[in-house]
Write a protein that binds this ligand. Structure first.
Ligand code: C5P
Length: 444
């Protein structure tokens, strides 16, 4: 793919960022806790190590005043912010700072490699991990993981260029196959029952029916004593399974969803055939580590430390259970408030997985945006929102919706057009919803 002048200018700025990063003697990498934050953090830590440095790293949920104050108090300098930093002008109070971010940014006086400064959209054209790859030019598979974790696939624009670099170096392979999650790692029943994009009526979230469907097709669940995965199936079996799912969707008048069954997925031939072999599974593993307070394990997995896999897998199992429980709660409690669905998950769903649960609830209908709330830290409410792609394509911007809500309630918020969040005072939920709802009402 031929790069446009603005994309080349962004790569130039990444070259400058690399020089600055490598000039730091004792760098501290401060990165975000989601899959894109952990994978971009790993690219930076790995790149610095390759250059003979011993970077320290710190993973945070948000770069708020408390996080900045802590860095100021510890007299930290030579800080590389990754997947955050561009949105908080208080970074200007710190010394020797580099920001590698892909969020909207303003008022920043520090060096910054951010595609948004070059007309490259950070919400769907380049992830933070993609930006980190452009700075360090290594670990391109992690750049793909970050983009997938940030719901930026199928890759386009600058992400596509990054993907092409990965294909060229044989670190990434593009498969066109069933888009379901877990082709290499999940037992067949789980693969079918918990893959909800697209959502299959009667099958998604119903293990018994998923098992029945496989039995009707004569597909064996085990090979000897071992549970088979989708990748083990013969070509004929795969075809049968795909056409059966397509039939269910078509007979339920969901032709569009049937067309979405097959798509691109990204595989990493140099990684072991475990949860790190395919981008979707890898990004979920990282989310599980980051969102359950063990981003260090995710970082080690990214950097190929095999001794971290066992713990990462345990976190993943825990994460999946929490999400299953969260979805069970959400499907019976979600309310239709007109311009958006509302999920009051306070006391039921942990804030760290609220966004994931909202995203999965959205997939059952794709009809309108969802705003969820949960208990946050220090007497705050955590807000997460997710929007259907079609509405985003038509102009909806959830980051703006969150900002409108925050203007009415106080707190902080932002994010991307398709996925955004906020933290607001716990007694200001009505004000927030009125502000956000008003903004949404004007846009939908
Ligand atoms: O937490 P959640 O996954 O819902 O966040 C979605 C997006 O919103 C993330 O990109 C995050 O950086 C952004 N966000 C934000 N400010 C917050 C909470 C989330 O900018 N207070």
């Amino acid at each position: 793919m031929e790069l446009q002048p603005n994309q080349l200018a962004f790569l130039d700025s990444c070259g400058d960022a690399r020089k600055l990063a490598l000039s730091f003697k004792d760098p501290l990498v401060v990165h975000h806790h989601d899959a894109d934050g952990v994978s971009s953090g790993a690219i930076v830590v790995g790149g610095l190590r390759d250059a003979g440095k011993a970077p320290r790293s710190k993973c945070i949920r948000k770069l708020d005043d408390a996080a900045i104050n802590e860095l100021v108090k510890a007299n930290e300098r030579e800080i590389i912010f990754v997947d955050l930093g561009g949105g908080n002008p208080r970074v200007n109070e710190l010394n020797d700072v580099l920001i590698i971010d892909h969020h909207q940014t303003s008022g920043i006086e520090k060096a910054q490699a951010n595609p948004m400064l070059h007309g490259i959209e950070g919400s769907d054209e380049l992830s933070a991990a993609g930006a980190a790859y452009c700075v360090f030019r290594s670990r391109v598979d992690l750049a793909v993981v970050g983009a997938v974790g940030d719901i930026q696939s199928p890759m386009k624009a600058m992400n596509r260029w990054v993907l092409e670099q990965g294909e060229r170096s044989n670190e990434v392979r593009v498969d066109i196959d069933l888009r379901f999650y877990g082709r290499y790692c999940r037992s067949l029943v789980q693969f079918l029952a918990y893959s909800d994009d697209p959502y299959i009526p009667m099958i998604s979230y119903n293990e018994e029916r998923a098992q029945g469907l496989l039995a009707n097709l004569g597909i064996e669940l085990k090979d000897g004593g071992r549970w088979k995965v989708y990748a083990d199936l013969k070509q004929e079996e795969k075809k049968k399974l795909i056409s059966e799912i397509a039939n269910i969707l078509v007979s339920g008048n969901m032709v569009k969803r049937a067309n979405d069954l097959i798509g691109e997925s990204y595989v990493f031939p140099n990684r072991p055939k475990n949860e790190t072999y395919e981008a979707n599974e890898f990004s979920t593993l990282l989310n599980a580590c980051g969102r359950h307070e063990r981003p260090d394990i995710g970082l080690r997995v990214c950097l190929g430390d095999e001794s971290a896999y066992g713990e990462a897998r345990e976190l993943l199992a825990f994460h999946r259970k929490m999400i299953r429980d969260g979805i069970g709660f959400a499907t019976s409690r979600v309310q239709d408030l007109g311009p958006f669905y509302f999920l009051d998950a306070r006391g039921a769903v942990e804030e760290s997985i609220l966004g994931t649960v909202c995203g999965m609830v959205l997939r059952a209908t794709w009809a309108k945006p969802i705003i969820g709330v949960s208990d946050g830290e220090n007497n705050t409410i955590k807000v997460s929102s997710r929007a259907p792609r079609a509405l985003v394509a038509a102009g909806l911007n959830l980051a703006q919706v969150m900002r409108a809500g925050v203007e009415a309630s106080g707190g902080i918020g932002g994010g991307h057009r398709i996925a955004a969040g906020a933290s607001i005072p716990e007694d200001k939920i009505n004000e927030f919803l009125l502000g956000a709802g008003k903004e949404l009402g004007q846009k939908t």
